[in-house]
Design a protein around this ligand. Structure first.
Ligand code: NAD
Ligand code: D47
Length: 331
């Protein structure tokens, strides 16, 4: 029998709310942290998990479904068959091969390119209008690979880039100054990881730029303090790896934050990996992180932020290095 008596003239569920579907490819440490955060924050109507290992995939799906009593209603599916991703608004790619002990980064990269050759075409085939958000490392090169394999316009291919680097940077600055990290704005740009570039002019606390209004000697101290904090961003990543073997929670929250800006058309500015060709004298087809506005159409624009000559030089170096790596790939 009906559980509820039908109510006369009950309004249909709001016809205006757009149905959203997110697919997460790779149900590992990172993919599951992203999936869990998306569910907790009620970011989608449908969540799909794809992986190459069927038992792990079904186990993760059942375990998340069993939390339904504590979560906003979300349809959760999982399959090794990419048809389950059909009609996705956003596809988040975290699939990656694990580094074999002693394996070169280039060899690992080529193995990940081979993985992408199997992952990207079916995602595109089943969701031709989707936005691709790449997390797998090396993320800047793999975002370029996804763009090439997808044939999508570059505004619909985004790399998480230095989004995690910047959020760690914001935490460390906030911790140093004993303020709330949400009141710290700071952009790390360029290449994700060890060679990233901290944009000093972008750092502000409670809307007050850190380096302005300081006397010259104070600026020197502040810059040395910020340089050491920037170095600690990388050191803390390696520390987490050495302590727990992987990272998950920070990348989970940072990527879910990108998904929110995209799917809710927030038009917020995030440091993410975009096709940098044409910006700051970069003329190669290379993806690097720049402060970019995110919305329902993906990358809506790239901010015209001021770079010092040194920052431009370091960005150019990263572009050259990445282009050299890309030229050695078979895509
Ligand atoms: N960009 C960043 O800031 C950032 C941060 C942390 C980790 N990462 C990267 O995220 C990636 C995943 O990290 P992890 O800790 O989750 O690794 P993991 O090994 O736990 O998960 C990777 C998953 O990919 C799956 N997979 C492999 N081949 C596949 C295929 N063909 N189709 C679908 N799934 C496939 C594996 O089965 C595994 O479950 C790594 O490349 C890592 O470097 C990036
Ligand atoms: O990019 C990663 C992947 C990594 C990591 C940690 C130290 S070096 C890389 C991570 C976690 C688990 C697996 C892997 N594998 C992997 C790493 C690099 C690569 F090129 C391919 C695979 N990486 N974990 C992380 O938190 C991030 S963020 C980070 C890493 C270095 C400097 C600065 C930052 Cl903010």
């Amino acid at each position: 029998q009906a559980f509820f008596k039908s109510v006369m003239n009950a309004a249909p569920s709001s016809p205006t709310k757009r149905h959203t579907k997110i697919s997460v490819i790779g149900a590992g440490n990172v993919g599951m942290a992203i999936a869990q955060t998306i569910l907790t924050q009620d970011l989608t109507d449908e969540l799909v998990l794809v992986d190459a290992i069927p038992d792990k995939l079904r186990g993760e799906m059942l375990d998340l479904q069993h939390a339904a009593a504590f979560l906003p209603r979300t349809r959760i599916q999982a399959s090794t068959d990419y048809s389950v991703t059909a009609g996705s608004d956003l596809c988040i790619v975290t699939a990656g091969a694990r580094q074999i002990h002693g394996e070169s980064r280039l060899n690992l990269l080529q193995r990940n390119v081979t993985l992408f050759q199997k992952i990207i075409p079916p995602l595109v085939r089943y969701s031709p209008d989707t936005i691709l958000l790449i997390v797998s490392n090396p993320v800047d090169v793999l975002t370029y690979v996804a763009w090439k394999l997808s044939g999508f316009p570059s505004n619909r291919v985004i790399g998480s880039g230095t989004n995690l680097d910047s959020s760690r940077f914001r935490f460390l600055i906030a911790d140093h100054l004993d303020v709330n990290a949400q009141d710290v704005q700071a952009f790390i740009v360029g290449e994700h990881g060890d060679s990233s570039v901290a944009l000093w002019s972008s750092i502000s606390v409670g809307g007050v730029p850190v380096l302005s209004f300081l006397e010259k000697q104070e600026i020197t101290y502040e810059k040395e303090m910020l340089e050491s904090i920037h170095k600690e961003v990388t050191e803390s990543a390696y520390e987490v790896i050495s302590l727990k073997g992987y990272t998950s929670w920070a990348i989970g929250y940072s990527v879910a934050n990108l998904a929110r800006s995209i799917l809710r058309d927030q038009r917020r500015v995030h440091p993410v990996s975009v096709l940098a060709k044409g910006f700051y004298d970069i003329d190669g087809e290379v993806f690097l992180s720049l402060p970019a506005q995110l919305g329902r159409g993906g990358i809506l624009g790239v901010t015209n932020v001021h770079f010092t000559e040194e920052e431009k030089h370091r960005l150019m170096n990263s572009a050259t290095t990445i282009l050299q790596v890309q030229n050695q790939l078979t895509i």
